[in-house]
Ligand binder design. Structure first.
Ligand code: NAD
Length: 467
């Protein structure tokens, strides 16, 4: 672990597995409560003094170091997650963007000024605002983007002179420890970012309720997100939870283009993105043509050894996750879906899988199936498409394939989601634009560097006489 600038071990360890070959690739300490408490005491006692220039320099240098070590870092992510090198090289590039954009955004002073002589009872004064950092932030991240999920927490934290204690997923903790070392090399005072590892059943409650914690930023599944909301008490939280995102294909769409987006959205990152395409809602007039093209693209998707640079898709996170995809697919077939391709599993390796005529309410598409499954749901018209899209508890993002402005305006108004991307996958974003969901996907507080910088700060106003 990285606590107060020291490397901290423990007698008890957690083994980290390569999901492709099941070999142990490393171990991390299983923290005890005393170590967690110490990290928060160190954070609370430290008063950051970095100027905007200092912070900007550290963030930019971090981006440059990540870029220079791109291949090596991608290999670490691949080893602990089973994601293909293609996917993990892309992820390192995204983390570069996060740090470089944060380095620019932290130079920008976002304070406001209000003149007070605006009404008959006004005074000759001015009110100013400034954003102050918090006492301490807890960050908890999932396995699916071991680097970029952490980047999205720590970069805005540094940009706002905050102190953060991070617990990465116990399935993929090695990348987060590596990132911490890169940050220190770039000049970050170690008290501003500490990393603890361990069993969430033992240490999570302390991380949620320690008196020094003013905000919890969490990315992960709905069940844990709701647990946090119940447990944390009087403090705030940014919860970025699961998704069940549709790509909607209407009858006027260019079907080749739509099928390309659908396949990429479904299989990149082994289908393990909160915003992966998890449902394909297709107008019945074009569904046959769409399925044919989707099938061809799925069969051509090269999956296998994640470390082979030619492999497009590696494994899912572990054998249990692959079995879940298999079980959900088999269950959908018993409920009337037609399996057209895939559903082949070897350990944690699960093939691209295509199903047609999937009932909109079967668990495969009602719950979040976090893997490379492409379920096609056929619909009659736009009302039907919107109804099906809104029929799950999730509300993260969506992709829409149509050129009709009347359809587009209805989708933007009526889809119950945080994002509508026309002619893009649900996952399309830039790292500084607002990002996040509603309903079970989140409480509506957004991430993305700019929004995170806002949520990680308290606005203070001060006023002065003005003659
Ligand atoms: P998870 O919820 O199982 O675990 C996430 C983190 O929570 C891990 O670090 C885990 O150790 C920790 N945790 C477990 N129990 C806890 C507890 N009681 N209290 C506090 N923390 C606890 O999620 P996962 O399986 O690692 O990740 C996959 C999920 O993350 C999917 O649902 C995916 O959609 C979601 N996700 C959401 C976003 C988003 O931005 N909305 C992005 C990526 C992933």
């Amino acid at each position: 672990m990285r606590i107060g600038g020291k490397l901290v071990g423990s007698d008890r360890v957690i083994e980290v597995f390569n999901p492709y070959n099941n070999q142990v690739i490393g171990t991390v300490p299983k923290a005890g409560l005393e170590q967690i408490r110490e990290a928060y005491e160190i954070a609370a006692a430290y008063k950051p003094k970095l100027s905007r220039y200092d912070r900007s320099k550290i963030l930019r240098r971090t981006g440059e170091l990540l870029d220079a070590r791109r291949q090596e870092i991608a290999e670490v992510i691949t080893a602990e997650s089973g994601l293909s090198l293609k996917d993990t090289l892309y992820e390192v590039g995204r983390a570069y963007d996060v740090f470089v954009l944060s380095s620019t955004l932290c130079l920008q002073d976002d304070s406001q000024t209000f003149s007070c002589d605006l009404t008959p009872h006004g005074q000759k004064r001015r009110i100013y605002t400034q954003r102050d950092p918090l006492r301490c932030i807890t960050a908890i991240t999932p396995f699916n983007h071991p680097l970029n999920q952490v980047a999205h927490k720590v970069a805005p934290s540094i940009a706002t002179n905050n102190k953060m204690v991070l617990k990465p997923s116990e399935k993929t903790p090695l990348t987060a420890l590596l990132l911490a070392d890169v940050l220190y090399e770039a000049g970050l005072p170690p008290e501003m970012f500490q990393v603890v590892t361990g069993d969430p059943r033992e240490i999570a409650d302390e991380m949620l309720t320690n008196p020094n914690v003013e905000l919890i930023t969490f990315t992960g599944g709905v069940a844990v997100g709701k647990y946090i909301a119940n447990k944390m008490g009087y403090r705030r939280a940014v919860l970025e939870l699961g998704g069940n995102d549709p790509i909607i294909v209407m009858e006027d769409a260019d079907i080749e283009r739509a099928a390309t987006l659908a396949a990429g959205g479904s299989y990149k990152n082994s289908g393990q993105r909160c915003t992966a395409v998890k449902r394909m809602i297709v107008h019945e007039a074009v569904a046959d043509e769409f399925v044919e093209k989707l099938l061809a693209k799925s069969k051509a998707w090269k999956y296998g050894d994640p470390a082979d640079p030619k492999t497009e898709m590696g494994t899912v996170i572990d054998e249990a996750a692959a079995r879940y995809c298999e079980d959900m697919t088999n269950d959908a077939v018993t409920k009337g879906a037609k399996l057209l391709y895939g559903n082949v599993r070897k350990g944690a390796l699960y093939s691209p899988t295509v199903l047609d005529h999937v009932p909109f309410d079967c668990p495969l598409v009602k719950q979040e199936t976090f893997g490379p499954v492409s379920p096609v749901i056929r619909v009659k018209d736009i009302d039907h498409a919107i109804r099906v899209s809104n029929s799950t508890a999730y509300g993260l993002s969506s992709g829409v394939c149509t050129n009709r402005l009347d359809y587009i305006t209805r989708f933007v108004s009526e889809l119950e989601v945080g994002t509508v991307n026309v002619w893009e996958v649900p996952g399309y974003r830039i790292e500084m634009s607002p990002f996040g969901g509603i309903k079970d996907s989140g409480l509506g507080y957004k991430e993305g560097v700019l929004e995170a910088m806002k949520s990680f700060t308290n606005v203070k106003t001060y006023s002065l006489p003005w003659v």
